[in-house]
Design a binder for this molecule. Sequence first.
Ligand code: HEM
Length: 128
Amino acid sequence: MDYALLKSVHMTCAGLSGAGFLLRSMVALRDPDRLRRSRLARSLPHLVDTVLLVSALAMVFQWPGGFAQAGWLHTKIALLVAYIGLGAVALSPRRPRRLRIPAFALACACFGLIVASAITKTPLGMGS
Ligand code: HEM
């Protein structure tokens, strides 16, 4: 598939993923069980995140210089793992609010760093 198209799909899914996480976090902070009752809130994020990752992988295979040389991509993957883990804690109805709120803040920080590293192509998005 064309690289520019993959990048557009990836960026659209990145936006949807971030906005969806914010929305679900707002709902979960008020009523954590509500997310479990909504079929859309349970299934749509998986679809968006799958397309986000598949488009990422398809671009990585075409990345000039190869994946091994791209430190910012390695950082992005590590931050993505942290974002998923922290996001799961932030949205979990089983966790106390005093844990969910800092997990939400840290997940947002990870998301911001992922976007910054994608834009600057440097590991922590601090420029070269
Ligand atoms: C929450 C997860 C992610 C978010 C929010 C995200 C966000 C973004 C954004 C905003 C861009 C466009 C940057 C620009 O303006 O040039 C981008 C590009 C890209 N991302 Fe991601 N990304 C995520 C996950 C990943 C993962 C896991 C990988 C693979 C390791 C990946 C690989 C890439 C690649 C190869 C590009 C294209 C860079 C270019 O050609 O300029 N992304 N990403």
